[in-house]
Design a protein around this ligand. Sequence first.
Ligand SMILES: [Zn+2]
Length: 247
Amino acid sequence: MSEGRTLAVFHAHPDDEALLTAGTMARAAGQGHRVVLVVATDGELGQTRVPLTPDTPLGLVRRDEVRQAARLLGVHRLVHLGYADSGAGPAVPADPPGRTRFVRAPLADAAARLADVLREEGAEVLITDDEGGGYGHRDHRRAHRVGAEAARLARTPRVLEATMPFAYSSPRLITHRVDVRRHAEAKRAALRAHVSQSSPTMGGDRALVRCLRLPAPVFRWVFGHEWFIGPPAASAATGCIWPGRSR
Ligand SMILES: [Zn+2]
């Protein structure tokens, strides 16, 4: 069944989608909608213990990981904007040869690249990061600004900001709570696909590693909803992401 609607999701790094929007993407794909994931950078400055070589730098590893995660979620198209990770350290490192750190890219340029994808796809909804960038990573905050500007350029009808109730954003701002319990195992698989960030032996975040070991019912309870800030929903409990619809 194809309903002919398109959801575009924009994040700064590979794995941001697995934590914040994987369930919503799997749900939309499962309902017959087209799902397009756009990632700004290859996450090359992430922490990991994955053995790396000059031929397999972390950015390449993480691009493969997000490709695998996207496949598991039913994403129809994955686009990389090709920016370099700006990192989470106190200063933004120098640009690597031939590429620009995402936060240094002119807003208009990055937004135009994303807007091209939104127009090509006729996206009705764009999901991006919230204003505070979740835990505040500079690339996440930049993704918020780039997403907003791209949606304005492409006249995308609806923008939703992915967030969490315990993030910087007040829970009062949350307008959409999407029930993704049926897709919790797809979300878990997507998180696991990011081996360099989630594997216990590859230096994965310890809290995340513990979460990935939870029994299915507990995992479903913890990861069974995703939250968004956007225009007021007819019913926040139903979590309908589409304009003018009830599911
Ligand atoms: Zn990130």
